[in-house]
Design a protein around this ligand. Sequence first.
Ligand code: HEC
Ligand code: HEC
Ligand code: HEC
Ligand code: HEC
Ligand code: HEC
Ligand code: HEC
Ligand code: HEC
Ligand code: HEC
Length: 597
Amino acid sequence: MINKRLYSNIALSILSILVLSFPIYLLIKTKSSFNNTSTEAEFVGRETCKECHTKEYADYIGSHHDKAMEEANDSTVLGNFNNQELISKGLTHRMYKRNGLFYVFTDGDDGQMKEFEIKYTFGFTPLQQYLVEFDKGRLQTLALTWNTLEKKWYHMADEIYKNQIVNHNNWLHWTNQAQNWNSMCADCHSTNLVKGYDLEKDEYHTTYSEIDVSCEACHGPGSEHMKWSKQQNNPTDKKNNYGLIVKTSGINNKQYVDNCVRCHSRRTALTDFTHASTSIYDHVIPNLPDEPNWHIDGQIKEEDYVYGSFTQSKMYMKDVQCNDCHNVHSGKLLYTDNRLCLQCHQSETYDTPKHHFHKEKGAQGEAVISDSNIRFEVGSGTECINCHMHGQLYMGVDYRRDHSFRIPRPDLSITNGTPNACTQCHAQKSNQWAAEKVESWFGKSKRFQYGEAFYAAKNKNNAAINQLKNISNNELYPPTIRALAIQNLGNFFPNSITTDIDGYLGNANPTLRLAAAMTIQINSVEDLNKLLPLLKDETKAIRIESVRILSTLNKDLIPSEYKANYDKAYLEYFEVLRYNADFPIGKFNLANAYYNK
Ligand code: HEC
Ligand code: HEC
Ligand code: HEC
Ligand code: HEC
Ligand code: HEC
Ligand code: HEC
Ligand code: HEC
Ligand code: HEC
């Protein structure tokens, strides 16, 4: 057993784990789709690509990626600035134009009503937001938002924080950190973003090569490719990927999806992104699809984007990827009806009342009003995505669909309190009603859903132990779900599982390694010895997680053969803390780390 001296700082460090803890959670493999040869390549801009790639360029122009952020002018601003007013929680906000510039009159950082000039647009449809310049290089996102579908203004706080007054002292107020573009939004909406936070001066020098999500956000800096393409005879040079850093052809679907993860996931960023990195775990840690941000069975709840959902699906495990449904350049769907799914699923089996039991469009019947207050007409009950990809409104008006492609389970809603597509649509009906209908159509479901195990675990039901072990050991389950099973074992049954979990510390899949590392609590020299090898892990996320845990101990306990690795990982850990120190919580964690040091 380790003696007490070891724990001199433990109280504080536990606090830091609870409070910050980068959700040092997991992610997915990362056999890199990046090829790290040409780190010196430079960004050249989309106009350079146009001449040779007319089709991709034409598809891309006008896409949401293209419109992710723009300088405010008459062609980019969608909102009505013709002397408009919006009354919200007792304040009258005004939107207007003067000399060709766009302004709002709204509550500022001292609570006083003031004029602010709009510099940038953010987003395109179904909503558009606006950015205002502040001191110290900051841009802030206005709460006054334009609904592009209904063409009207709304106040974001009214939609999202319905029961709270968000005044200028609240961190959610548009002038405060939660709505700060540099730290909260920028790296997903622009190309080659460098946050440039200066900790000592508490100011930003944020830069990007292109304002929106452009060609090189996905393909990487193009200068080497330009050189290659100008060579005489243009030898087909697949081996060096034509001078491109990122591979987008000849890769498997896991690698494909990894190319989107840094922006399409709920995650913690460890550093600015660089295309030369070989693992997603070197720059982000996507959250596992767990409570409180997801429902306990992995259905979407908070703003989860797509990755955590898609990577738990059977389709992801069976090699389906984004471009099976989306044109990645235009962002549009390949088909906007059931043909999208019938590319792979048999129409005779599924596109029939024998499967969906609903009436076709045009038949007699009554529309249904859903839990999001959306009216679904007769016929909508025959659409695959309405049952297998139900959605939810975000930011007030943005209906986003769950990419976990699951089977609706009203029976599990009754036992585990999770939602299901049937009663999300039939908001007036009970789960009991839906469960009985489904049972009458298909018989009682015998399918095991992993949410059942997570629910049992959180209720400390011992039956969960074997279920969780089966999930974590079964390679047919997605890595994120196996990782969640490991963490549930570690969190809820710490005494029964150590040996099972230890086996994952050396697993080839970093998602599982990281999950296992996170369950370790140091109670003995044995525990210490398990963590030490992870100081040399090939991914930054795991190195810093192990050093974070080890740094709560007295440094003398680190064996000399690990000291160099420890010091190196420790520096990396500090870099990550400094990178995130623009958040109040980040400063707190940095302070804790200094204290432990
Ligand atoms: C002077 C012409 C030229 C320009 C300019 C150009 N490319 Fe290419 N690009 C090519 C050629 C030729 C190929 C190889 C096509 C083939 O063999 O199918 C190619 C292939 C590609 C591929 C496919 C790689 C693969 O794995 O199949 C991508 C992606 C690409 N270019 C992106 C870009 C981007 C992004 C830009 C702008 C930064 C750009 N290109 C500018 C000529 C050009
Ligand atoms: C640099 C960040 C970034 C990367 C990388 C990225 N996206 Fe996006 N994506 C965005 C943002 C931001 C939006 C929303 C833009 C908006 O509406 O303002 C978006 C929107 C989309 C949409 C919705 C388009 C629509 O019409 O509604 C699709 C589909 C999409 N992305 C697919 C992908 C795929 C597939 C990949 C990987 C191959 C990818 N994206 C990579 C940032 C990114
Ligand atoms: C993790 C990456 C990420 C971050 C951080 C991020 N966004 Fe986005 N944003 C996206 C993606 C991806 C979409 C596409 C919609 C989706 O995923 O359904 C999007 C869409 C949008 C849209 C357009 C709505 C739409 O669907 O067309 C707006 C407006 C927006 N984001 C504003 C913001 C603001 C403001 C912030 C910061 C407070 C922010 N975003 C932070 C990735 C991000
Ligand atoms: C959101 C990420 C993203 C953006 C932005 C993007 N691409 Fe692509 N591109 C991809 C992916 C992923 C592929 C792989 C094929 C696919 O998904 O259709 C691809 C494929 C290509 C190809 C090869 C096409 C083929 O059929 O072999 C070219 C060329 C290309 N992109 C050029 C461009 C150019 C030029 C731009 C900007 C105008 C651009 N891309 C913007 C992700 C992106
Ligand atoms: C590129 C091929 C492809 C496309 C397109 C596709 N699927 Fe699938 N789907 C699969 C494969 C493969 C499986 C796994 C089958 C298996 O393992 O039994 C699957 C499984 C499913 C499942 C069963 C999930 C479970 O947990 O048992 C559902 C539901 C589903 N798909 C719905 C859809 C819907 C809805 C669409 C259209 C939006 C769609 N699929 C489009 C290939 C596809
Ligand atoms: C009204 C809701 C509803 C609609 C619409 C619907 N499904 Fe389903 N689907 C279900 C239910 C419920 C199950 C589970 C059936 C069971 O337990 O055997 C299911 C199961 C599935 C499965 C898994 C089959 C298996 O045995 O693993 C696939 C694949 C699937 N559906 C595809 C589709 C496709 C493709 C469409 C559109 C053509 C579609 N579904 C439309 C409700 C629906
Ligand atoms: C099996 C088909 C399918 C696959 C695979 C798929 N999507 Fe989608 N996606 C859809 C459908 C259907 C919509 C809903 C479009 C709508 O509501 O108009 C959608 C919507 C989106 C949106 C818009 C906002 C939202 O959340 O509804 C984004 C962003 C997106 N997908 C990104 C991705 C990314 C990234 C991948 C790969 C990791 C991916 N999709 C894979 C079918 C698919
Ligand atoms: C897109 C929203 C939507 C979803 C999801 C949906 N339904 Fe429906 N449902 C409708 C609409 C619209 C009607 C009325 C037209 C009809 O009968 O098809 C309806 C009708 C019905 C009816 C017959 C009328 C009644 O009220 O008795 C039953 C039963 C039913 N749905 C059960 C289900 C079950 C069970 C599920 C889940 C497997 C489900 N629905 C999913 C929209 C939906």
